[in-house]
Design a protein around this ligand. Structure first.
Ligand SMILES: [Fe+2]
Length: 415
């Protein structure tokens, strides 16, 4: 995050003696990206952040992944995955994944354990409910519509507040941030950016917590889950003292939140392309926000998206509010996720174009994740799939009996 923040007590000069009330030294920790040549933060701990008393492998096999074969558009009804007693870390249900990104969904109604993702940054999107993101940097309250960026290896936990919280979680294999094209050479948001520094929230003040022998679940890269694939493995570390023992920090690496409701949509006389909705970028993927807006006002405008083929990326759309005009009649509902893979042209459902003509504004709210490598399907996705979705553009709910269409085409036997 290019935006410098400071919270709590830090010494006037970094890397100098900084003493506690009892005369002992605070323990300085530098968290740094890209080999300490990019964003970083300095944290001042009451105890050694290095002091662990136990380390054990946790048996959490990597979720199974199934290729999207046959290739087709897919619809997943995530609310069908709801289970009681879930937490927002260990009970995430993986829906879609490739070696760059893992997309999961969870309805969490209890606090998560302390957790560190050492593989990459995370983006948590709050579909519904409220939560408190507690971390070594302090507390960050979040509500429906909030994106929360958790930098790699930040120890945090998620506490639902006043009831369960619904989250779409994006786990990257690198860093997530604002698109570089929105920032000046020195990292300031430029005037054409659809949001700016004023829209961003960070943890207020660190809130030191007492405790000893405190467990932290660490997700990390490992060959444990087979060669070639980006294997993930889990280790349970037990810290001698509670990791939330920070009295102050400063820098450009910290958890931060941004509300989709602060995304200022860019509209025009004619339909604007998907990149104007871009909100974040990560390694081999982008995240975009579709928010309520006035729509295309050319006298002959067609406000819903034209049919389109994203030849270089898979498109995932998470429908998180309002009425998504282009999808009316397809079975898409609150919390639905559609996957429109590269190799397939998609567009408005039948009749949506005609219905949209003359409409002045849309109230849709959706989060889109485009990945530059194909996505596999997780078991959770297959368990809540609406199998008729692919045929809805043809106005059908089921494919023809197997072999029907092929039988109709004389040459099919040769394939
Ligand atoms: Fe699309």
């Amino acid at each position: 995050m290019p935006y410098y923040r400071r919270a709590g007590e830090v010494p006037p000069k970094r890397h100098t003696q900084f003493r506690q009330p009892d005369g002992g030294l605070y323990a300085e920790e530098l968290m740094g990206q890209e080999g300490f040549s990019a964003d970083s933060a300095l944290l001042y701990h009451r105890y050694l952040p290095t002091a662990i008393v136990a380390a054990e492998a946790v048996d959490r096999p990597a979720p199974a992944r199934t290729p999207n074969l046959p290739l087709k558009p897919r619809h997943f009804a995530t609310h069908k995955l709801d289970v009681a007693g879930a937490d927002a870390v260990l009970d995430r249900q993986q829906l879609l994944a490739n070696d760059d990104i893992r997309l999961s969904y969870v309805l969490a109604d209890r606090p998560s354990p302390l957790y560190r993702n050492a593989i990459g940054d995370e983006c948590l999107y709050v579909e519904a409910g409220s939560a408190r993101i507690e971390s070594t940097f302090g507390d960050l309250p979040v509500n429906a519509g909030d994106y929360v960026i958790i930098p790699t290896s930040v120890i945090y936990r998620v506490l639902p507040v006043d009831g369960p919280v619904r989250l779409l979680t994006v786990e990257a294999t690198g860093h997530i941030g604002p698109p570089k094209r929105y920032l000046s050479a020195r990292g300031q948001f430029l005037e054409h950016a659809p949001y700016c520094e004023r829209d961003l929230r960070g943890p207020a003040e660190p809130r030191p917590v007492d405790g000893t022998d405190v467990e932290v679940y660490v997700q990390h890269k490992s060959r444990a889950n087979g060669p070639g694939r980006t294997g993930t493995a889990w280790t349970r570390l037990v810290y001698a003292n509670h990791p939330f023992d920070v009295v102050g920090w400063d820098g450009c690496l910290y958890p931060w939140a941004f509300s989709i409701h602060d995304f200022e949509p860019i509209t025009g006389r004619l339909h604007q392309p998907p990149p104007v909705h871009q909100t974040f970028e990560g390694p081999n993927f982008v995240i975009c926000s579709f928010v309520p807006r006035k729509v295309d006002y050319h006298p002959l405008a067609i406000p819903v998206p034209y049919n389109h083929h994203n030849v270089d990326s898979d498109e995932v759309l998470f429908y998180t509010g309002g009425n998504y005009e282009a999808r009316r009649g397809s079975g898409i509902q609150q919390g639905s996720i559609s996957l429109h893979p590269s190799g397939f042209t998609h567009g408005p459902q039948p009749g949506a174009v005609e219905r949209a003509i003359g409409v002045e504004s849309f109230d849709e709210l959706a989060v889109m994740v485009d990945t530059f490598r194909p996505l596999d399907l997780g078991a959770a996705a297959l368990s809540c799939e609406d199998s008729g979705y692919a045929w809805t553009w043809a106005g059908r709910s089921l494919p023809p009996p197997s072999g029907g269409a092929a039988a109709a085409y004389p040459g099919s036997a040769r394939r």
